[in-house]
Design a protein around this ligand. Structure first.
Ligand SMILES: *Cc1c(COP(=O)(O)O)cnc(C)c1O
Length: 216
């Protein structure tokens, strides 16, 4: 199936309030333009360098999402270039975002990435460190938290549901509290293999690569 057909098929099954991010990592300009022409405006990249190399060749109304691990020494390149950083996962990274966005007097919109499966190999803040990261965010002037993001452990449907539910519970409980700088607008979870389960468990932002562009 073509990129356009894939997008139409996915969109057809999605509730209107769910944002579909086309994950274009490793894909070329032509493929991204095809998705753009099919109506996609939200694109996700996981590497800063790759993102920077593509931006200039593509329409300026694209909303770029940084979905991969963000190294502190790369923050300076993305100021004012990305719509949403999905991978805020430590106080040290937060401090660098605050500093770099402060220099240019911009606001960084971010999601806190939680390592919900507590996998050692995965990035994301641990549940144990989550509250202190939230408190640190409240002190910022140039960082706004717009929600949460997770990459869940691989597993069967039951296991996926369990982790998506855990995330939704955390998202809901934060939503009820009143924090400075923090609102629970987005819950970014679900990829090609599990986005339908994620949406049924309350995700409102999905990140689909393979399902749109084919295998990498
Ligand atoms: C690659 C990637 C995706 C998309 O994965 P697919 O299985 O190709 O849909 C989603 N989220 C993140 C963080 C990724 O790195």
């Amino acid at each position: 199936m073509s990129i356009k057909e894939n997008i139409n098929r996915i969109k057809l099954g999605l509730p209107g309030e769910v944002t579909l991010i086309a994950v274009s990592k490793t894909k070329g300009i032509d493929a991204i333009k095809e998705a753009y022409d099919a109506g996609i405006r939200d694109f996700g990249e996981n590497k800063v360098q790759e993102l920077m190399a593509k931006i200039e060749y593509l329409p300026s109304d694209i909303r770029w999402h940084l979905i991969g691990h963000l190294q502190r020494n790369k923050v300076k390149y993305i100021v004012d270039k990305v719509t949403l950083i999905h991978s805020l996962d430590s106080i040290r990274l937060l401090e660098e975002i605050e500093r770099q966005y402060g220099i240019k007097n911009c606001i960084a919109n971010t999601l806190i990435q939680i390592n919900i499966g507590e996998e050692e190999s995965k990035t994301g803040v641990s549940l144990q460190d989550f509250e202190s990261l939230v408190s640190a965010c409240e002190l910022c002037r140039h960082v706004k938290v717009k929600g949460l993001m997770a990459i869940i452990p691989k597993g069967d449907e039951e296991s996926c549901r369990k982790y998506f539910k855990k995330m939704k519970d955390i998202w809901d409980s934060l939503k009820e509290r009143n924090y400075k700088n923090i609102e629970m607008k987005y819950l970014s979870m679900g990829m090609t293999e599990d986005y339908e389960i994620a949406v049924s468990e309350g995700s409102n932002m999905i990140r689909v690569g393979t399902g749109i562009f084919g295998v990498r």
